[in-house]
Ligand binder design. Structure first.
Ligand code: ZN
Length: 87
C-alpha cells in the first residue's frame, strides 16, 4: 500500500492504491483500521506521515528497519501513541 521514495525518512502513498484498498475493504464489509509502513529510520511519524495521517485518521503502525521497533500512532487533536500488543 505504501511505496518508498528516494528520501530515507519520507514516503508516498499512491492515491489510487489507497482508494483501491478502501474500496476492497468496503466490498468485504471491513473497516480500514490502520496503515502500516516501515522506515529506514526511527519508528515515528515523519512530516509527510503527519500530513497523510490528517487525511487518514486511523492507527498508523510504523516499523523501524534500524531498531526493529514497531510503534503505533493516531492523529486526533494531537499525535497520540497507541499501545501495540505483541503476540
Ligand atoms: Zn513514515
Amino acid at each position: 500500500m505504501a511505496t518508498s521514495n528516494n528520501s530515507r525518512t519520507s514516503f508516498t502513498i499512491d492515491p489510487q492504491e489507497l482508494f483501491a484498498a478502501y474500496r476492497q475493504a468496503e466490498d468485504r464489509q471491513l473497516d480500514v483500521i490502520g496503515i502500516f509502513h516501515s522506515h529506514p529510520a526511527a519508528a515515528s511519524p515523519s512530516e509527510t506521515d503527519l500530513q497523510f495521517m490528517e487525511l487518514n485518521p486511523v492507527v498508523w503502525l510504523i516499523y523501524s528497519t534500524i531498531s526493529h521497533e514497531c510503534q503505533a500512532f493516531i492523529l486526533e487533536d494531537e499525535l497520540k501513541g497507541v499501545e501495540v500488543d505483541r503476540p
